[in-house]
Design a protein around this ligand. Structure first.
Ligand SMILES: Nc1ncnc2c1ncn2[C@@H]1O[C@H](COP(=O)(O)OP(=O)(O)OP(=O)(O)O)[C@@H](O)[C@H]1O
Length: 312
């Protein structure tokens, strides 16, 4: 059994009349990868900023490695590193110079700074780019450098705010490998993401955020069991047909796009049966499409009564 390295209890935060966090509570086990999954604007960055002592919550408590962040913010800062959504490196310096500066800011001796810089450049596959200006780096290289800089002080907990947003698929995959390597060193990684697939690939535990709270949490397997492996999406040309089809098949209706999503195992026989049921009632869909579950499916299935019955 792991012990909790992050404990969050009943966190609340509003900006004016806008409530962003509304009673957020969760625990993160030491040495694991924890993913906070939520849509744009759901409050992920706000959460990470509060946990890393940059923003004050209005209510609730956060303990990092047993320390209350309000009582011991400076001790907490020594244990953590934060890498933001937008790389905070100096573009007009080389990668190596950026690392040097961070080393000096950490008050390390010059020999130690050089050693650690070399180590980090190697670990993050930046040796060839070390002497090039950061403004010539690709998005993936910048992210890697940003994380390398934040690791200068050997933190116990690494906060990564949407580490792959805006990266191409190849750089995203490289970043995933890197995060997995970091996790193997025993650090705790707290990451935020909008991508179900990313949380699935990386996280030991996933917490889904909606309406300022955690609405579901579990392993990727738990969540997948809940939402089904694949979806079939039926399109209709009239709201009446959509509603009738939903009445017969009990799926998730989208009345704007006039589509009905159903869990499926992806078998053609199953699809034939569905279409037969509709045909017998004089309903013909205008389109039929198989697709992977999305974050929307998770939200929809969480809020549907059927899902509540089978929730993890
Ligand atoms: N300093 C602030 N002042 C006012 N509103 C803010 C402030 N910071 C965040 N917000 C608002 O709080 C909400 C949550 O923002 P937050 O950045 O935490 O979301 P997020 O889940 O990280 O989204 P994204 O994926 O877009 O970064 C948004 O509606 C945002 O506009």
């Amino acid at each position: 059994m792991h012990d909790s390295v992050i404990s969050v209890l009943d966190l609340k935060k509003s900006y004016g009349a806008h409530t962003v966090l509304d009673g957020l509570s969760f625990e993160v086990a030491r040495g694991t990868i924890f993913a906070l999954l939520g849509e744009n604007g759901s409050g992920k960055t706000t959460t990470i900023r509060i946990l890393s002592t940059l923003t004050m919550a209005d209510h609730g408590s956060v303990r990092i490695a047993g320390l209350d962040i309000n009582h011991a913010p400076n001790d907490v800062k020594k244990l953590i590193s934060l890498t933001g959504q937008y790389a905070s490196v100096d573009e007009l310096l080389t990668g190596e110079e950026n690392l040097f500066i961070m080393g000096r800011l950490n008050h390390l001796a010059s020999k130690k700074v050089k050693e650690r810089t070399r180590e980090l450049l190697e670990q993050f596959d930046l040796v060839d780019a070390a002497k090039k200006l950061v403004k010539t780096y690709s998005g993936g290289m910048r992210r890697r450098l940003d994380i390398a800089i934040s690791l200068f002080s050997n933190p116990e907990i690494i906060f990564l705010d949407e580490p792959t947003t805006g990266l191409d698929p190849r750089s995203r995959k490289n970043m995933w490998d890197l995060i997995q390597q970091l996790a193997k060193t025993g650090v705790t990684i707290f990451l935020t993401t909008q991508y179900l697939e990313e949380a699935d690939q990386l996280a030991d535990e996933i917490a889904i955020m909606n309406g300022g709270r955690i609405v579901q949490k579990g392993t990727a397997e738990d969540l997948k069991r809940m939402i089904g492996n694949e979806k079939v999406e039926l399109g209709f040309n009239q709201l009446g047909y959509l509603e009738k089809a939903n009445h017969l098949l009990q799926g998730q209706m989208d009345t704007t796009s006039l589509t009905l999503s159903l869990n499926t195992k992806g078998q053609t026989e199953e699809l034939r049966n569905l279409l037969n049921v509709l045909h017998e009632h004089g309903i013909e869909p205008t389109s039929v499409e198989f697709r992977k579950p999305t974050l929307d499916d998770v939200f929809l299935s969480i809020t549907s009564p059927a899902a509540e019955r089978s929730a993890v």
